[in-house]
Design a binder for this molecule. Structure first.
Ligand SMILES: NC(=O)C1=CN([C@@H]2O[C@H](COP(=O)(O)OP(=O)(O)OC[C@H]3O[C@@H](n4cnc5c(N)ncnc54)[C@H](O)[C@@H]3O)[C@@H](O)[C@H]2O)C=CC1
Ligand SMILES: O=C(O)C(=O)CO
Length: 319
């Protein structure tokens, strides 16, 4: 089997105990051509989100019987192409929910209270008597709009409610547990106009790609804070840049960008009203171990011809 990047040691050990493992050990993800020799004979593939599993890769790996990814989002995977070849694909839902919600809500709180700007001032020796930093904004009493009220969205909603915020949300459909969530379903258009803070947690799909563009930013409050912890391409980056420089919205906080990594000279980085984290939503030791172990378990099950625990294309999962 092949591992296309570095993975957490316990998961690596579990895989090495049971299979012959070929691992790509460089920081930059491999091209299909660089894996060609390994792919010819590989029966299992352990990937991460920085590699595309597409027709080209699958055609180079005729013996593949299972693919596992240590991430919940799978916009980098051509699921139909896997299904056509009867290859089950497993992701890692659930195990990263609270950790990613902490980061998304942490971005919201940090941006609202300008914690990162304050620290920059202190570190630069600018802390003088009197207060010269721009003031932050309160969370309590404000409205949070969650776009994509799935597992992580709901965990963010709970954090916001504990901070005294009202929560509204937009989803593909209203949630059956809406009363327990204590959050009101509303149209995408109304969410844009009513929210003081917007947190995006949808998967990246053909429908959600570019769903935040010039028209959507123009509808938001000029005081709105926009937080994206989903995937960079859900947002039109140029439109976000324009909205921030023209004051159509107040602030953005991003854990994901388009492109990724964001080049060091990218115009977004120079803006005063933005906070960007390098895609660290699930990046704690505990959660990265849980994710890698679940992916390793999926992979070993698939190789044994048994059902994967979390399979995105159940019609070809083993039975
Ligand atoms: N920043 C990071 O490190 C991480 C990012 N993610 C991203 O967050 C996404 C969500 O993860 P989960 O909450 O576990 O998934 P989930 O499947 O539980 O929730 C996704 C929700 O989005 C809704 N949705 C789908 N398309 C939509 C659309 N066009 N408009 C409105 N709502 C839509 C679905 O109905 C569902 O309720 C992942 O797909 C991934 O891309 C996930 C983990 C870590
Ligand atoms: O799980 C995911 O989808 C991620 O983005 C990485 O944690």
């Amino acid at each position: 089997m092949i591992i296309t990047g570095r993975i957490m040691p316990p998961a690596l050990a579990a895989l090495q105990e049971q299979c012959e493992v070929q691992q790509w050990n460089q920081a930059v993800a491999p091209q299909v051509s660089q894996l060609a020799e390994w792919l010819k004979d590989a029966e299992g593939l352990f990937v991460s989100t920085n590699i595309a599993v597409n027709e080209e890769l699958l055609a180079a790996a005729p013996k593949l019987r299972v693919i596992a990814q240590s991430a919940v989002g799978y916009d980098n995977i051509d699921i139909q192409a896997c299904t056509n070849r009867k290859i089950p694909f497993g992701n890692t839902p659930g195990v990263l929910v609270e950790t990613t919600a902490d980061l998304a809500f942490g971005l919201l709180l940090t941006a609202a209270r300008r914690i990162h700007e304050g620290w920059d001032w202190v570190r630069a020796g600018k802390w003088q008597p009197g207060f010269q930093l721009p003031l932050g904004v309160d969370l309590f009493g404000k409205t949070l709009g969650v776009v994509g009220m799935g597992a992580i969205g709901a965990a963010v909603a709970r954090r916001a409610q504990a901070s005294g915020m009202k929560v509204i949300y937009n989803n593909r459909r209203p949630r059956p547990d809406q009363a327990a969530l204590n959050a009101e379903y509303c149209s995408f258009e109304n969410l844009l106009t009513e929210s003081d803070f917007i947190v995006v947690l949808t998967p990246l799909t053909p429908e959600s790609r570019g769903m935040f563009g010039a028209k959507e930013f123009a509808r938001m409050k000029t005081t709105a804070y926009f937080i994206n912890a989903a995937r960079g391409a859900v947002v039109d980056t140029q439109a976000l840049y324009t909205a921030l420089i023209e004051g159509q919205i107040a602030y953005a906080a991003l854990d994901v960008t388009d492109p990724e990594p964001l080049p060091a000279d990218h115009p977004l980085i120079k803006l005063p009203n933005i906070l960007i984290a390098p895609h660290i939503g699930s990046a704690t030791t505990e959660t990265r171990n849980r994710m890698a172990l679940l992916a390793a378990e999926n992979l070993l099950l698939g190789l044994a011809g048994k059902p994967l625990i979390t399979c995105v294309n159940p019609e070809v999962n083993y039975r």
